[in-house]
Design a protein around this ligand. Structure first.
Ligand code: GUN
Length: 295
């Protein structure tokens, strides 16, 4: 590398900007055919600081690509049944092409019950069982947004997954579980899934050609846990106290970047890696949902 680095940074921010330009051009084309712009609705319950920041990023991205958006905010105290009523209204609102319910939700509301109320063809997060299951079908529907953002980043850097050993650390419903299925199904990789009960994590991570981490434990993966030449995808986003920052915190991933980067061939930064790709993926799904609704 020109700057003396041995690794290539997987620049999610740059790739997401490219994708947003492509989407903006498609929105223009739709409008020139007399069709309406895609409409994304976002439900935000409560006033969690991190969730508000993520939602601000999604709203900004909608504006950048020319989507119409609706932000629907509800108090933390809203009951599950009232929230379901709002979801049903959006399900039946012909003007809205796709919507998401920002997580986490307050403890008195069941994420599982809420998710299953979302109409699958408007589920642009790809969270419902219907869309999740479509990963292993011949006709994938709205693919889970974060995993699809990872797959898209790998494709855009021409990183081949076929027959390679991918080690997924974390088996969450949002990231690890669907991503490991997508790596096996669409990526035709050999996949190991590690989770909180895995014994001797390092013995698995050291085998990885491609290491993907989504657990939310800052700095979990250290240099001694990877082999030379590994491709590293860090999906963790945690806020850690940082007196040097005006906000009082900085964003850290699950990988000790400074230690691991010199051993890797490709690595994502945090922030600026998978975060922007998740938003780009959400926009891609919203465009797909709108096109399939044939306005
Ligand atoms: N909270 C953290 N990540 C996500 C995401 O990708 N979608 C939603 N809806 N909530 C989240």
């Amino acid at each position: 590398m020109a700057d003396g680095k041995t690794y290539t940074l997987l620049d999610g921010r740059k790739v997401a900007t490219e994708i947003k330009k492509e989407i903006a051009a498609k929105v223009k084309a739709l409008k020139s055919q007399g069709k309406k712009e895609p409409h994304l609705a976002i439900i935000l319950v409560g006033d969690d600081g991190a969730s508000s920041t993520y939602v601000d990023g999604k709203v900004k991205a909608c504006t950048e690509v020319g989507f119409h958006f609706s932000l629907m905010r509800f108090a933390t105290t809203i009951s599950e049944s009232r929230l379901i009523k709002h979801i049903e209204q959006i399900n039946n609102d012909d003007d809205i092409d796709g919507f998401i319910v920002q997580l986490p939700l307050p403890e008195h509301i069941s994420v599982v019950r809420i998710t299953e109320k979302i109409r699958a063809d408007k589920d642009v997060d790809g969270f419902t069982n219907h869309n999740f299951g479509s990963i292993v079908s011949k006709n994938p529907l709205l693919l889970p947004a974060t995993p699809n953002g990872v797959m898209e980043l790998l494709r855009r850097y021409n990183i081949d997954t076929v027959g390679r050993h991918c080690v997924m650390v974390g088996a969450s419903r949002i990231a690890g579980a669907p991503l490991s299925m997508m790596l096996a199904e669409q990526g035709q990789a050999t996949v190991t899934i590690c989770h909180k009960y895995t014994k001797d994590l390092a013995s698995h991570t050291r085998m990885a050609d491609i290491l993907l981490v989504a657990v939310g434990k800052p700095g979990l993966i250290t240099a001694d846990m990877v082999k030379d030449g590994v491709v590293v995808i860090d999906i963790g986003i945690s806020r850690v106290p940082d007196k040097a920052k005006d906000s009082g915190f900085s964003i850290r991933g699950d990988v000790d970047f400074n230690g691991v980067a010199p051993k890797s061939s490709f690595i994502t930064p945090v922030p600026g890696g998978i975060g922007p790709m998740t938003i780009a993926s959400l926009l891609m799904n919203t465009l797909k949902a709108a096109e399939q609704r044939k306005h």
